[in-house]
Design a protein around this ligand. Structure first.
Ligand code: AMP
Ligand code: MG
Length: 407
């Protein structure tokens, strides 16, 4: 047992090998999912000018501050201000301007009376307006210049992923290009002479290659590009041949062929170039990782499909995000209560495919019969991995657990 690495020891080795990818400037329209390498600073104040938050009338507060239904205030409407107008009409005492949401508030006005607080509403409009309710205070319904952000302020920080909200914020701040890291390029290679393409009729001893499909999807979800997807048998000579086809990749992920069997092509071909270890986790105990002379990171994941899914989450995904300079490289954890009991292997941290109910705050195994790492189809029921500490051998109903949420 003593020769097992902890999950953290192996993960730290992986992350220590990560070298940040270079930065490049891209237009906002192409920046979705990219990671900021430099902050986004507001190009101007936002809002850029005092503007109305309601359709109504721009007024001088003093003219209307005592208005109510019994004592309405009547103002002469001297201007009409649609959104986008550059007009700044002068307002003398007793005068108002009709104004639409988003239009610049005249310099002489200091409050907005919405249509709802006037006798005629929109129909009152041009001519005279009868105000039935006083605005609460000076500044009512005025969105102030710079109230959201000031020119030069940091709107987004390095390490942030440009999700839709972030992209919208950058655009609002007047920015049309951002400096982001390059997307990592990943090669995905399944090993195993038993593997056939999904959909292929199975001969005796054959099984569909599901790992390549799963990995291609999670790699894309980690905002990385797929350089190559390939499948090779158990001949070690195939390993160098495929590495030669994947020279543009930043990361090469092999599945299968890393453990203790007789025909383990990844181990046989790469034992002198990358490390083969055993990690105190279940599934996913055999793990290979190293850096080739040319800088490519190479992962050798154990071939069982659930092992691949877990190993990707625990080791590969954090590396792909770290390559991009992402500030947060871990999935969100929830603290949930077990609603079923199950046994776990002693001395190894378990990552159990799980079903969560975030409203009830509960978690239970996704796969009947425990943690079988070959249960590729049952994995579809899981939306999370329940993390059971290495020193726990039984999870009982009511036990609290950390649960890695996917996504
Ligand atoms: P290995 O790590 O090569 O010993 O493989 C462990 C188990 O995972 C075996 O039952 C393999 O058939 C299965 N396996 C390996 N690679 C894949 C794959 N790409 N898709 C589905 N199952 C696989
Ligand atoms: Mg194999």
């Amino acid at each position: 047992m003593t020769d097992l690495l902890t999950v953290e020891e192996h993960r730290d080795r992986v992350l220590a090998a990560v070298v940040l990818l270079p930065a490049e400037s891209v237009p906002l329209s192409e920046a979705s999912g990219r990671t900021l390498a430099e902050p986004v600073l507001a190009a101007h104040d936002l809002p850029g000018f005092d503007n109305s938050s309601m359709d109504g009338f721009a007024v001088r507060f003093a003219d209307v501050e005592r208005a109510d239904a019994e004592n309405p205030a009547t103002l002469r409407v001297v201007a009409d201000l649609p959104a986008g107008t550059a007009d700044d009409p002068a307002l003398a005492p007793g005068q108002a301007a009709r104004i639409m949401t988003g239009a610049a508030v005249p310099a002489d006005a200091d409050a907005i009376v919405p249509f709802e607080d006037t006798a005629g509403g929109l129909a009152d409009s041009l001519g005279a307006v009868t105000v039935l309710r006083a605005p609460k205070a000076v500044g009512a319904y005025i969105r102030r210049r710079g109230g959201d952000t000031r020119a030069g302020d940091t709107v987004l920080s390095p390490g942030e992923r440009l999700d839709p909200f972030a992209l919208g914020a950058a655009a609002a701040a007047g920015v049309d290009a951002v400096t982001v890291t390059r997307r990592p390029r990943v090669a995905i290679i399944s090993t195993g002479s038993e593997l056939v393409a999904p959909g292929h009729a199975l001969g005796r001893g054959q099984t569909p290659d599901s790992n390549a499909t799963l990995l291609a999807a999670v790699v894309a979800d980690a905002d990385a590009d797929i350089e190559l997807v390939d499948r090779i048998g158990d001949d070690p000579a195939g390993i160098d041949a495929v590495l030669a086809r994947a020279t543009r990749a930043d990361v090469v992920v092999f599945t299968g062929g890393v453990s203790a069997g007789a025909y383990e092509p990844v181990r046989l071909a790469l034992a002198d170039r990358i490390a083969f270890d055993r990690v105190a986790m279940q599934p996913g105990k055999p793990q290979a990782f190293g850096v080739l002379d040319d800088g490519r990171l190479v992962f050798g994941l154990p071939g069982n499909p659930v092992s691949v899914a877990v190993s990707f989450e625990v080791f590969v995904r954090p590396a792909l995000l770290a390559l991009q300079g992402r500030a947060t490289i871990d999935r969100r954890l929830a603290r949930l209560t077990a609603s079923e009991s199950w046994t776990t292997p002693p001395g190894r941290r378990q990552y159990l495919p799980a079903v969560v109910d975030l409203v009830a705050g509960t978690v239970r195994p996704a796969t009947a019969g425990g943690s079988g790492s070959h249960l590729a189809a049952s994995l579809a029921r899981a939306g999370a991995f329940a993390i059971v500490p290495a020193d726990v051998s039984v999870v009982s109903v009511g036990d609290p657990l950390d649960v890695m949420l996917i996504p």
